[in-house]
Design a protein around this ligand. Structure first.
Ligand code: SAH
Length: 246
């Protein structure tokens, strides 16, 4: 399973005129040019991400800074900056770079804000959020993935707390969150996650089973607003949300 945009929306995305972006070097979150594979990351950001309309300079800088190749298995490293999702073992995938960038931009995370991720996987999305200066909590249901991602994130110095478990009920002790990202697709929006958003907070997630869409849910004073962003394909969210369907 993969996180691909459909052929049609990819075509639309590719038709958008490329946007050149100025590195946000002043903020200091840009990798130095000598950093391993920095050139590949710069090309990835320009050709796959800015070209498809992701504009937030802080998001683009974070994608240039995080060494994505360290989050994929050795056998996949040559493809780490390719325009596609990659296998990370245990039938799971690291999302296509564009989807990571898009979800991060939609989450609109300011430095110091609190973010919950459900579906740590490789830890890459969590690292991108941490590179934006967010405080990140991330939950992964497959224990070996949680363990590996937690160790890698810590070794690279990213401020992410990783826990093994079912993310359906969120992380009540750390709530409320300014943003929640879910990187596996449930058939319905998990109610506990909505309740762990602060007013003004954003929930970004794929929704659906065979046919999925990326949605942005924003908590308001009086309820929630919902926007459908893009058709997507993510791995299914497992655990409690599946059992409730029977
Ligand atoms: N964000 C990840 C992509 C992970 S793919 C990255 O950057 O690499 C989706 C992940 O969600 C998988 O690792 C899968 O095991 C996990 N997952 C699925 N259902 C889950 C649940 N109920 N709670 C927590 N994690 C879940």
């Amino acid at each position: 399973m993969r996180t691909l945009t459909t052929a049609s929306c990819l075509a639309v995305a590719l038709a958008a005129s490329p946007i050149r972006c100025t590195p946000d070097v002043a903020r200091g979150d840009e990798a130095p040019p000598s950093h391993p594979r920095a050139d590949e990351r710069a090309r990835m950001v320009e050709e796959q991400i800015a070209a498809r309309g992701v504009k937030d300079p802080r998001v683009l800088a974070a994608l240039r800074a995080v060494p994505r190749h360290l989050f994929v298995p050795e056998a996949e490293r040559s493809l780490a900056y390719a325009d596609r999702p990659l296998s990370i073992g245990h039938d799971q995938t690291i999302s296509q770079p564009y989807i990571v960038a898009l979800m991060t931009e939609l989450a609109a995370v300011a430095p110091g804000q609190k973010v919950l991720e459900v579906g740590t996987g490789s830890g890459y999305q969590a690292a991108v959020l941490a590179a934006l200066g967010a405080k990140v909590w991330s939950i992964e249901i497959v224990q070996p993935l949680a363990k590996r991602a937690g160790a890698l994130l810590a070794s690279l110095g990213y401020a992410v707390q990783v826990r093994h478990g079912d993310g359906y009920r969120g992380w009540p002790a750390a709530a409320p969150f300014d943003a929640i990202l879910v990187t596996a697709a449930p058939p319905r929006i998990p109610e506990p996650l909505k309740q762990q958003l602060r007013v003004g907070g954003r929930l970004v997630m794929p929704l659906g089973t065979r046919s999925q869409e990326l949605i942005l849910l924003t908590r308001t004073e009086s309820g929630f607003t919902r926007r459908s962003v893009l058709p997507v394909i993510f791995v299914p969210m497992t655990g409690e949300v599946q059992r409730q369907d029977h």
